[in-house]
Design a protein around this ligand. Sequence first.
Ligand code: GUN
Ligand code: ZN
Length: 434
Amino acid sequence: MTRRAYRAAIAHMLDDPSRAPAEEACAYHPDGLLLVEDGHMAACGAWADLAPGLGDDVEMVELPGRLITPGFVDAHVHYPQTDVMAAWGTRLLDWLHTYTFPAEQAFADRAHADAAAAFFLDQLLANGTTSALVFCTVHKASADALFEAALACNMRLTAGKVLMDRGAPEGLTDTVETGRADTEALIRAWRGRGRLGYAITPRFAVTSTDAQLAMAGEVAAAHPDVLIHTHMSENPEEIAAVGELFPDARDYLDVYARHGLVGPRSVFAHCVHSDEDALRRMAAAGASAAFCPSSNLLLGSGLFSLKQACGCGVNTALGTDVGGGGSFSLLQMMAEAYKVGQLRGDNLNPLHAFYLATLAGARALHIDDKVGDFAVGKEADFVVLDLAATPLLARRTAQARTLAELLFILSVLGDDRTVERTYLMGRLAHARDT
Ligand code: GUN
Ligand code: ZN
């Protein structure tokens, strides 16, 4: 058995701080110790309490000036869209047709998909992201490429082939039957291998017929352990188009609900314009929202109300939504979420932002029994943040008096430079300086 202990400041969230008392929601050890045994958490606490009881067989790693946190969870991201990051001048529907669909066409080529998947996973790890819920493209091989690469590096990753049987260019559409066959084949091939999960992935209501959404619901019912991952209520033109395509539906959520696609394993990206009625129905169903602030700002989609979503009881996590979003960094997403709150007159508490980027994401992905915090027995996916990664960070983090202040400084001023090391099940998977 390998046993290794890491000494650093350590912080993790144990619950939603907007619902639980702060002492119960957050654990912080300014001089802490994390003990990892065979890839799993064996202990986490104050160094002074735990160090005396460690046996001689434990290898000690001293990390002064560092903060250890759980690996970040990106609750909504598109691996084929790295090449449309920072595309200028459009909003959602225009952006899809001008930039995104052309870029996704290239994933018909398996070699292109393999190279893009490798680059994408490197970016996640360099940014401290250890789990993600990922869109592929309509091509089955795009999902094979990502799953193969994620299995090789032992990431806890959930993904799916996009379903899209209308409203997209030739070469980017499937049909009800090919979508079903490819989805079933991918579930058989990858679900549960290593740390992989599958998500049935209709792109959004604009690009799937009722027949295809019905098929997605049937496949979901046949595989109760898979997720359902799609977009909803992101942009006003999109919502108007859905109203025209589905005139009988009560609202956007109902388009999905009618086909059995709204349940505890559903993750809806955006929900920027979802009203209280829809949010309450999501909460009643146990569905999650992925708040993607960078994308919502860059695509001019609108200002998500985290306060309203939380008030309605919707589990909300954070997504980069690359390539709509402008960064792979969940630290940056915490800051972007704060800025959206500022524009709405709501202050996002840094501990809440940290929860969104870790345990809330794990809950949305139904992997919180495995990752998301440092409870004993969980998989040891964690990051080492360098509090002095830049001269400015060194100066400002030295002035932080509380964990909340420290996290806020790291989110506003930090990014991939802050992530010194990323560990997957106790194994070093990324080191900034090598
Ligand atoms: N809605 C449908 N497809 C997409 C996409 O690729 N990105 C975003 N942000 N929204 C979408
Ligand atoms: Zn998206």
